[in-house]
Ligand binder design. Structure first.
Ligand SMILES: NC(=O)c1ccc[n+]([C@@H]2O[C@H](COP(=O)([O-])OP(=O)(O)OC[C@H]3O[C@@H](n4cnc5c(N)ncnc54)[C@H](O)[C@@H]3O)[C@@H](O)[C@H]2O)c1
Ligand SMILES: [Zn+2]
Length: 356
């Protein structure tokens, strides 16, 4: 039997500012949707909806969810499915997701599943959602304490990116998104990494060209491998340890939560050490990676008990195959290697390297 051919879905169009708003206007004007819903969270309702209203002239019903990762679960979806149903949404309804990655992931999932799928459009309002969550069609929610366990890969109709929303984004959230941009440099483009790490760049300033470059790197990877059979795994650099660290801090009774980008920044430093030990990353590049992340993100300390718990969580990483934890590591900045195995001793050394 010949190998089954899988058609690659095309990646959604990503449109910036006026082009995006114009497309939204044209799409809604010409599609005769029976009803339009806009989903925000409690913060983007206050901070972003007024800006959205400046651009959107059609009647819509507002749906709002509580902000934050802890609400990215099925109970929130149920509330939203019920609201859609109560308000008579049918298969020709449209859902516009206006928010960070939680809103675009969860709103995307609600759209894909309500009546077997209605159209949705993403308008990301956080830096992380602009450069990462809204590109590539992954939708979903957390389940039983594990991130993104339930979900579907389906593209929105299109994505509108307008940096105007970033004006109200808290600085730590901005830094969180910036970690993903630095990751794009590390996995695909050494020059881009150098540019993002240079002292002349102000994270709080306009990042227009950089956002476009990050979106372009992620889009290229996802277009090549939409279902993560190979290349797409490179986007997980820093995430194997990063996710375990993020989950540990989330579940810990006394520790402050780490933002996603803060956790993966630690993961990227530690995985640079793993790369040095496993895939021949030079010591100079390893140290460069540590210096760059340490200049942006506050240090975090790990007690022996934290390290043990985090190593336990690694075993739950959903990218594991045959019970072995597989890492994306670097041969050099810009040159990733997928499916790498490391020893427990290497992981201990990675924690030590981070602490030193
Ligand atoms: N689908 C994917 O491929 C993908 C990729 C990366 C991350 N994600 C997911 O994205 C989520 C993280 O995204 P996030 O960091 O945007 O989280 P988030 O949606 O929780 O947003 C972060 C915080 O900023 C607030 N906020 C967002 N935009 C704002 C604005 N313009 N002004 C003021 N406040 C604003 C939110 O209300 C929230 O409190 C995670 O759930 C992660 O799993 C998905
Ligand atoms: Zn990430």
């Amino acid at each position: 039997m010949g190998k089954k051919k899988i058609d690659k879905p095309s990646i959604s169009t990503i449109l910036y500012t006026e082009k995006g708003w114009n497309r939204l206007d044209e799409t809604v004007g010409s599609n005769q949707y029976t009803s339009i819903f806009v989903l925000t969270d409690s913060n983007t309702k206050t901070d972003c909806l007024p800006l959205f209203d400046n651009h959107f002239q059609y009647a819509y019903t507002l749906l709002t969810m509580e902000a934050g990762e802890t609400n990215k679960h099925l109970a929130t979806c149920e509330d939203l499915w019920a609201s859609l149903s109560d308000q008579g949404a049918d298969r020709n309804s449209l859902l516009i997701n206006l928010g960070g990655g939680v809103v675009t992931d969860l709103g995307g999932f609600v759209s894909c599943t309500y009546k077997r799928g209605i159209d949705f459009i993403n308008i990301p309002t956080s830096l992380l959602a602009m450069v990462d969550a809204s590109v590539g069609g992954k939708t979903g929610v957390d389940f039983q304490g594990l991130k993104n366990q339930i979900g579907i890969i389906k593209e929105p109709e299109f994505v509108v990116i307008d940096q105007v929303f970033l004006q109200t984004l808290p600085p730590d959230e901005r830094r969180s998104g910036y970690a993903e941009m630095l990751k794009h440099g590390l996995i695909a483009d050494a020059d881009y990494f150098s540019m993002l790490s240079s002292n002349s760049i102000d994270i709080n300033d306009q990042l227009t060209d950089h956002i476009r470059q990050s979106v372009s790197i992620k889009s290229q990877v996802v277009t090549e491998d939409p279902f993560e059979q190979g290349l797409r795994k490179i986007l997980n650099y820093g995430h194997t340890l990063g996710h375990a660290i993020e989950t540990h801090f989330l579940e810990h009774p006394t520790k402050d939560r780490l933002l996603h980008g803060e956790a993966i920044a630690i993961g990227m430093i530690m995985e640079a050490e793993l790369s040095c030990r496993t895939t021949n990353l030079t010591v100079e590049e390893r140290d460069q990676i540590k210096t760059v992340f340490s200049s942006i993100y506050d240090p975090v300390s790990f007690a022996e008990s934290d390290v043990i718990a985090i190593k336990g969580l690694l075993r739950h990483d959903k990218k594991n195959q045959s019970n072995q934890v597989r890492f994306v590591l670097l041969q050099a900045i810009g040159k990733p290697v997928i499916d790498c195995l490391v020893s427990e001793e290497d992981i201990n050394a990675a924690f030590q390297f981070y602490a030193d």
